[in-house]
Ligand binder design. Structure first.
Ligand code: PMT
Length: 331
């Protein structure tokens, strides 16, 4: 990635955050950062995918999944990351495919992926799924064969029928550039498009022009970082990039007192359709669906479902698909 040139750097447009710090606006972000090298290739794939599904009137959903990294150096040796492993996005994608949606699965490289997640990140090691046959050739361990067969069929059917497209990001910057491109393309599907923003996007970053070019040297002693606030990209997404589509954002908190008020604040601030609120430690068993001027809707797995490994995404997607359909009909 070439370093950003002085000529490319434009004076930042800024606004004040609640703490009085300066927050750049989203358009300034794009004009002062270099797009990822795979952006054009992903853009072409997304455009073909949307066009094919549009022709057969199949609804398309963008699922964002996994965490973004924040590099500390332009030639990155160190970066800040977060906890998200992408299970929410991957499990939701499986359910959305079963509901007949086409899915653009925009995920953090090497995070959990639909169907594959059962093998790549399970308690078993990948090679334990195989045994040696009579002549030493590789065979699937019979214990796993039925499950692998089912997942393989669902996965390959989705790929071959143009129902599943995978595109990747790693850094915050990759994510933001890709989100904008995908949103602008998908917006053409208007109400038939859904945005399911489950990725855990960094809230703080170091602008490219403030970053050390090379590896930060430890001989210089303690390291103090000053990070800027990432502008809220939900605003341009809802207002400009895809104003006619159904937008689902997520709200994650660790303090229960903040969860619902902050989810409601996001709805009134951005004016989108729904927020799915979850707590860090219970996110796999309970969530709240929050719409403006309505009671929040609590979804929770019972203890038997949780013990049997039922994914809460089954409940989330059932409810969401119903609401998306109602919203299309109402509008
Ligand atoms: O991946 P898993 O381990 O399964 O975990 C799933 C999850 C907990 C990550 C997921 O369920 C979830 O809650 N994702 C959103 C977490 C998050 O980033 O919340 P937030 O409060 O920081 O952001 C709220 C919304 O604002 C997000 O939908 C995001 O798209 C948006 N946002 C965030 C930052 C930013 N700069 N601009 C934004 O528009």
């Amino acid at each position: 990635m070439p370093p950003i040139s002085e000529q490319n750097r434009q004076p930042s447009t800024t606004s004040l955050s609640s703490k009085g710090d300066k927050v750049i606006d989203p358009s300034t972000y794009f004009s002062t950062h270099v797009p990822p090298s795979n952006l054009n290739a992903s853009k072409i794939l997304v455009s073909e995918f949307v066009s094919k599904n549009s022709k057969i009137n199949r609804p398309v959903v963008l699922v964002t999944s996994g965490g973004t990294t924040v590099p500390l150096e332009n030639n990155t040796v160190r970066f800040i990351d977060n906890f998200s492993n992408g299970n929410r996005g991957a499990a939701s994608t499986e359910r959305l495919l079963e509901e007949g949606y086409a899915v653009i699965f925009m995920h953090r490289e090497h995070s959990l992926q639909p169907y594959n997640r059962h093998y790549t990140h399970s308690a078993e090691r990948f090679l334990d799924y195989f045994v040696a046959g009579e002549n030493g050739e590789v065979q699937i361990n019979l214990k796993y064969k039925e499950k692998i067969q089912t997942d393989f069929e669902k996965y390959s059917k989705a790929i071959n029928n143009n129902q599943l497209l995978m595109v990747t990001f790693v850094t915050l910057s990759d994510y933001l550039f890709l989100l904008r491109e995908v949103s602008l393309t998908l917006a053409a599907m208007k109400r038939n498009a859904m945005f399911y923003l489950a990725a855990a996007v960094s809230d703080f970053f170091i602008p490219s022009h403030n970053m050390s070019e090379h590896k930060i040297q430890s001989r210089e002693g303690n390291l103090t970082l000053e990070m800027n606030q990432v502008p809220k990209f939900l605003k341009p997404l809802v207002m400009n990039w895809a104003p006619d589509s159904y937008i689902v954002s997520f709200k994650l908190e660790t303090d229960p007192e903040l969860l619902v008020p902050k989810a409601r604040h996001a709805l009134s601030n951005y004016g989108h359709q729904i927020v799915i609120a979850n707590m860090l430690h219970t996110r796999k068993t309970e969530v709240w669906l929050i719409e403006d001027k309505k009671e929040s809707h609590h979804l929770q797995l019972d203890s038997k479902e949780a013990a049997n490994g039922v994914d809460i995404e089954l409940l989330i997607i059932q409810e969401l698909v119903k609401r998306h359909k109602e919203w299309i009909n109402k509008n």
